[in-house]
Design a protein. Structure first.
Length: 573
């Protein structure tokens, strides 16, 4: 009718169902086993009417089953005082459907999709979220075997049985506070019903990460039997490959968690996850979409986690970033309202848990650092900037220092504004602290910036500038060593992201760079001593910190053995 009258369409949701007493009518309030309440009221949005000349008063049973798969095969009577499920009205969290974002240059014109009637709406249908955003919703039966999914979940659960719920609780105590890419209440609501409601790789990834902290649960710590981690890893990787054929939010969550677990992950997998996220529409603003507010918050947190994965992955792998911030990224910054948990959620957490409020603030600060890192990568480490005769060669040492100055000031300002709760020395009795990972990220960006400055000192650079750059680099190396030396067991035993090993290894490499570019033998000997001291600091922490052990391996094997630095310096003397 909007087309007929030449008016803009505001018909974003399906018509309200007529109030009948039949159990087949679409329920406005769906019962939930745990009594949770959705973030939005009313019935879940129905697909856009595909024929403007025909009024649709009742969604088909197939369509209802596609939108609300948890009700498939059962009857529910309508009662208007019953709470609805948290999953009502969501876009990317249905068990048996996956969504596909229709981009601006897609061959399918979004305005024409509103007029298209598919032959079988139970297989694929259109869902419009606002005036400019359209998704295609696909049924999973087109791309995968449901019996295989159930079999995979059973195999995963068999590996950890009867410790599944224990591992889930452990995950939300330690990993989730500082890496909140799941919605705790939604996850627990589904888990309370059945582990069959999850995608296999996500469930396996949660179990795997939790197993790293088995000593922080009395049941796991005293158990004579431990789950087979190798079998769980194999299941996680195999089912991840299958799940990417029907990508949804849980697929991306699983991929990000797997990358935190396997720290020697490949850059190719990161590229796949970014493409997957774009297919889910995570790179665009969802503020005005017709989805629950809590899903908007989840999407923002997940989008920024993907952004951080891209930027830190680009740094540690030495590759160009995939996400262009100024052109292809339209995601609002996360705010407090995007985090559903608060201090009340940790009141009864046992010892060894991470603090929810501190973790939330830490995640926000990590996002800020990743934005600064994006500037460093885009200014000093692009192919255009570093090639012979490129930007850095053209501006010379003085120009490179001028380019670095505003970023140095941003880093100083960021550090000066850190709240007391995020200071490295701030720890609480019987609480793990992820503050160490935040400070390591900070110093890693500072070192990456000064690494470029040291590399670009030309032979005709002013002596005063050369001295200033090398003095600043020396101070950064000392700062990095102090951060590593200041790590307490509360830091070491907390959750560290995938980049931690490479960040630690980069400190050793930076010391090696300063040794290799020393002005005289005395300076070379000084940096050779710093290299030895740093390798020792990693060795004494390697047993308690797997990421430190991996960093030590990277320095000794991949860099060629920094122990040779001291021998070379002694030969000069």
């Amino acid at each position: 009718m909007c087309s007929f009258h030449g008016q803009p369409c505001t018909y974003l949701r399906g018509p309200l169902p007529r109030k009948r007493r039949k159990a087949t009518d679409p329920p406005e309030h769906r019962p939930s086993t745990n009594g949770s309440v959705s973030a939005t009221s009313g019935p879940p949005p129905a697909p856009v009417p595909l024929d403007p000349q025909e009024e649709i008063t009742h969604p088909s049973p197939e369509l209802l089953e596609a939108l609300s798969p948890s009700l498939a095969g059962s009857e529910h009577h309508v009662t208007f005082n019953q709470p609805v499920s948290l999953l009502d009205g969501t876009l990317g969290l249905h068990l048996k459907t996956h969504s596909q974002y229709v981009g601006n240059t897609d061959y399918r014109e979004p305005s024409l999709l509103d007029l298209h009637r598919p032959q079988d709406p139970a297989v694929r249908f259109v869902r419009r979220l606002d005036d400019s955003t359209v998704f295609l919703i696909h049924r999973d039966r087109e791309t995968s075997s449901e019996p295989q999914r159930i079999a995979d979940l059973d195999a995963i659960e068999k590996v950890v049985h009867p410790l599944g719920s224990t591992l889930v609780n452990l995950y939300f105590r330690i990993v989730h506070p500082s890496f909140p890419i799941l919605h705790k209440k939604v996850f627990l609501e589904k888990y309370a019903r059945s582990y069959h409601e999850f995608s296999p790789p996500l469930l396996a990834a949660v179990y795997l990460l939790a197993l790293d902290w088995s000593l922080y649960d009395r049941t796991l710590a005293t158990s004579s039997w431990q789950p087979d981690q190798a079998a769980l890893e194999a299941l996680a990787l195999r089912t991840m490959s299958d799940d990417m054929k029907r990508p949804k939010i849980s697929t991306l969550q699983a991929g990000l968690l797997i990358q935190q677990r396997f720290r020697n992950n490949t850059w190719t997998f990161t590229a796949q996850l970014i493409a997957l996220g774009q297919g889910l529409g995570l790179h665009v603003d969802c503020s005005d979409w017709a989805i629950p507010d809590w899903e908007k918050g989840l999407r923002r947190r997940l989008a920024w986690a993907l952004f951080m994965q891209d930027k830190w992955g680009a740094l540690v792998h030495g590759r160009p970033s995939h996400i262009r911030l100024d052109e292809d990224w339209d995601v609002r910054p996360c705010c407090i309202e995007d985090f559903p948990e608060n201090a009340a959620d940790e009141e009864h957490d046992p010892e060894g848990s991470a603090e929810v409020v501190v973790g939330r603030e830490l995640f926000l600060r990590q996002i800020e650092l990743s934005l600064i890192l994006s500037d460093v990568l885009g200014t000093f480490y692009t192919a255009k900037a570093t090639r012979r005769g490129g930007t850095l060669d053209q501006v010379g040492t003085v120009g490179v220092a001028e380019l670095a100055k505003p970023i140095v000031m941003m880093l100083r300002e960021w550090y000066a504004k850190l709240p007391e709760a995020l200071q490295l020395q701030e720890t609480r009795l019987k609480k793990l602290s992820a503050n160490g990972s935040l400070h390591l990220s900070y110093i890693s960006i500072d070192l990456a910036l000064h690494r470029s400055l040291v590399r670009n000192i030309s032979s005709n650079a002013p002596d005063s500038l050369r001295h200033a750059i090398r003095t600043g680099a020396r101070a950064r190396l000392a700062n990095a060593s102090n951060i590593i030396g200041g790590l307490q067991m509360e830091h070491i035993q907390s959750f560290w992201g995938f980049a931690a090993s490479a960040q630690l290894a980069a400190i050793g490499s930076f010391a090696g760079l300063l040794w290799a570019t020393s002005d005289d033998d005395a300076e070379a000997m000084y940096y050779a001593d710093r290299v030895e001291e740093y390798l020792w600091s990693l060795r004494v922490r390697a047993q308690a910190a797997p990421f430190a052990r991996e960093a030590l391996r990277m320095l000794e094997a991949d860099v060629g053995g920094l122990g040779a630095v001291r021998a070379s310096a002694e030969m000069k003397i």
